[in-house]
Design a protein around this ligand. Sequence first.
Ligand SMILES: N[C@@H](CCC(=O)N[C@@H](CS)C(=O)NCC(=O)O)C(=O)O
Length: 210
Amino acid sequence: MTLPAILYDKAECPFCWRVRMALHRCQVVYEKRDFEAHELEWTRLTPGGTVPVLRLHGLVMHDSSVMLEYLNDAFGALWPLSPEKRAQARTSAIYADTSVGRPVRDLVFQRRDRKPAEWDEAVIANAMQQWHEAMPYLDNALGDRDFFIEGVGITDFILASRFGLALAYGMPSPRSPRLGEWFERMAGRPEFTDTAPEMVIQKLDRGWLS
Ligand SMILES: N[C@@H](CCC(=O)N[C@@H](CS)C(=O)NCC(=O)O)C(=O)O
């Protein structure tokens, strides 16, 4: 008997969120378990003590990139088929995760669960500058396409999780109309809206999109 699929999850973790988007897209039925509420079983499954952890098809995976690769291998269509396009999509995904991920993480760590008086404004200003500096590369990588991967794929999920948290924590709008429109398209998709953390959903109505 196959065990039910379980995702040990933290709502605002960008690594968890991209996996939730991919599971949604692959129409995998799974149970989402908050990692803190299931700490004992979660701890047993993750040597590094991180989320997400995914139990699926008799496997236990504890790194989001392995999960995304597996979902692509098992269900297809999350990466482009052509080796050249796949290499480009992977390059953009790594860039998005580092060059956008770092400043967004710095901003979130300053503002989450802290009063404004406790924020280090120099760290925030630096994060905002790095955020703006990351955009031209991604704007160019997207070009005139609707999504980074035709039909939406892993690069889109990775960047959308970073953009969603950026919006929720007050990062300025990206100075790239094409990336702004890309995010608007992503934020209209069920993979995004059905899996987004509550805080992101609240900001969608009055964020960069309005
Ligand atoms: N390489 C891991 C990184 C996951 C990760 O860093 N998750 C964070 C939450 S966003 C975490 O669990 N950090 C440990 C902690 O919060 O104690 C992956 O892609 O799954």
